[in-house]
Design a protein around this ligand. Sequence first.
Ligand code: PEP
Ligand code: MN
Length: 460
Amino acid sequence: MSGPSIDGQAPEWAPDSWRSKPIKQCPEYPDKAALAKSVLALNRLPPIVHPREIVQLKQHLRDVAQGKAFLLQGGDCAELFDYCEQNAIESKIKLLLQMSLVLVWGANKRVVRIGRMAGQYAKPRSSPMETVNGRQLPSFRGDILNGFHPDERELDPDRLVRAYHHSSATLNYIRAALASGIADLDKPLDWGLGHVRDPVLKAKYEKAVNFLKDMRSFMHTIGAESDKFHTVDLFTSHEGLLLEYEQPLTRLLDDPTSPASRPKKTYYNTSAHFLWIGDRTRQLDHAHVEYFRGIANPLGVKVGPTTPTSDLLALLRTLNPSREPGKITLITRYGADKVASLLPAHIRAVEDSEYARTVVWQCDPMHGNTQSVSGGIKTRRFSDIFSELQQTLRIHKEQGSYLGGVHLELTGDAVTECLGGSEGLDEDDLSTNYTSFCDPRLNEKQALELAFLIADHYRS
Ligand code: PEP
Ligand code: MN
């Protein structure tokens, strides 16, 4: 069996060829029979997403790579199975829609939306053990592997199947909500503007909404109607960390891009539209890169202070040998204090090569800016997040490249996990509503404010 884009040059690929490579962050399940049973169940279950949707997203990402659209990707650091619930899903969809409305208005470009949703259940951890209330326990690795509760820290293969069901139930509700008009541009004020209490932010948002309403009524008057006004696309994504889950959902399916006269089958990962390789698992000769080079989905790769410039081109050549524009999104995450010294060389390595204008450059201003404050609470400063984003925008402009998107950890709820923003949250406020089980997320106000700051960059 060979993969879809290997051109006969790279070694044979198969959905399980990653198993012969060294691997990081890989769980050792003690009960192999139970693991086999779960994998068998996953093998039988239908795809969660369809190749047509995957191909559609790749076409949108090609537009992003070429500077014609902007990519907004966001959601929780770690989704819990408990987040598979109507209000949690709706508030996240609404926030992503509100932010994209602001970005459309600001950047004057179409916005492609991807949720870190419906499958973001596995987390890389820096240590296999952690101390909880004085007890040494196996670290919480995400709901797909073990439970957060101290009594549920053993790896449980049954969670693989539960992850599938929570992922499909979440995506089912996303589809239902979108199809039922949650995103209808004719009623943008129903998108939950009530929670924006800051009068300055609210006035700015109303200005954007009024602008869109005026445009909409103008289109209506001149008779320009389109289904596009009544619904939007929201694609799903997660870190492709747990290959025991990704492999059985990898399917050889009809390739919608092949002509009817010459039908072709291609491998797709059907667990999400978009998957990314994390900062800890992108080693060239390791299992994750081996697995990801064989699937046709658009892919992200996290790029940070530990990414050697020379690895970038090697990764692109391995993951995208045919140089499809939009296939690879480079998700940069250096930290506000490092981005200026590291990003320019990474941009030049790619943009001066045969991969020029093929990648989507996306800024993740979250993961390089995590810090601990008193009591060991993990937080991020809004000012650092904005600073990395602002520097990234400026550097791309100077280098003649295009910053095509942002990748954010956010939630539609009023959490108090990141410091600063227009509410001026300080260290004492962190304990008010800190509910993340993993990294600190932007709350709805902070996320919307960041969207306005990006919009301001484009409008000024
Ligand atoms: C993440 O996106 O949650 C994450 C762990 O990021 P990174 O791989 O960049 O550290
Ligand atoms: Mn995270």
